[in-house]
Design a binder for this molecule. Structure first.
Ligand SMILES: [Zn+2]
Ligand SMILES: [Zn+2]
Length: 255
């Protein structure tokens, strides 16, 4: 039936997404895709970027659409020692963000020290999940293209075989305990050429194992170009094949 949701969308304002990602253009495309509820969640890597988010908020106030549109933000881990993220309660208050999504954006290693990298990622993800400011942990096990590329520290990461078997359960149980959702991300994983089809198949099983703990899964395109938005339908299909649909999917509390 296709996805009704996309809870991770960027705009042109922060210059990570391109010029096709204006708020009205996003709304038109999401309406055409048959979506019901979406979240605009641009990057906030420091408080100096809050003014850009206020421009997004102005666009949302002026928007005429049949969609439910949530004003959110994506934050980053800023300190791998503590798992702290790039937002404060004062930032949330000032901008009026309705949801905060966030996660890890690096392996933090220059060399392919596999065991240490995997253990650090899991610890940081658990710390983000436990952060009361964060509603959704974004793209587990996504790494930047420069880290996945030949010669990079994550070049070897072509399947999930090196993950300890209890990792998805540990993540899911933490998500349940802290009422944090776990993301299923189209652009970061399923349409990302750095990941093999074998990885994507294992990754779908990994998310299903997380959902089996009772954790909610958040469907996301992570679109940085208007052409990335349809990936939510692929994500919905992959999850539905594994029985993850309906009330196993996350929706923002206010909706
Ligand atoms: Zn991200
Ligand atoms: Zn993103």
């Amino acid at each position: 039936m296709g996805s009704l949701y996309d809870f991770h969308i960027h705009t042109h304002y922060l210059r990570c997404a391109n010029e096709t990602m204006t708020v009205p253009a996003i709304a038109r495309r999401c309406e055409a895709l048959g979506l019901q509820t979406i979240a605009i969640t641009d990057h906030l890597n420091g408080p100096e970027y809050l003014d850009h988010h206020l421009l997004i908020k102005d666009d949302l106030a002026a928007l005429d659409t049949s969609l439910e549109v949530v004003f959110g933000v994506e934050v980053n881990v800023t300190d791998p020692a503590t798992g702290a993220v790039s937002i404060s309660p004062a930032d949330i208050e000032r901008a009026g963000f309705e949801i905060v999504i966030g996660g890890v954006h690096s392996c933090y290693y220059d060399r392919p020290d596999r065991r240490a990298i995997i253990e650090l990622q899991q610890r940081l993800m658990l710390q983000v999940i436990a952060n009361p400011l964060v509603d959704v942990l974004v793209h587990p096990w996504w790494f930047p293209g420069r880290e996945m590329a030949p010669g990079g520290p994550m070049e070897w990461f072509q399947d999930l075989s090196e993950l300890p078997d209890d990792y998805p359960r540990e993540l899911g149980e933490a998500a349940v305990a802290h009422n944090t959702a776990i993301e299923a991300n189209g652009s970061a994983i399923w349409t990302n050429a750095h990941y093999s089809q074998a990885f994507k198949d294992e990754y779908a099983d990994y998310l299903a194992a997380i959902a089996d703990t009772g954790a909610r899964i958040s469907i996301a395109s992570d679109a940085h170009d208007i052409g990335h938005l349809p990936s939510v339908h692929l994500v919905e299909e992959v999850l539905a094949q594994r029985g993850v649909s309906g009330d196993r999917l996350w929706r923002p509390r206010a909706m």
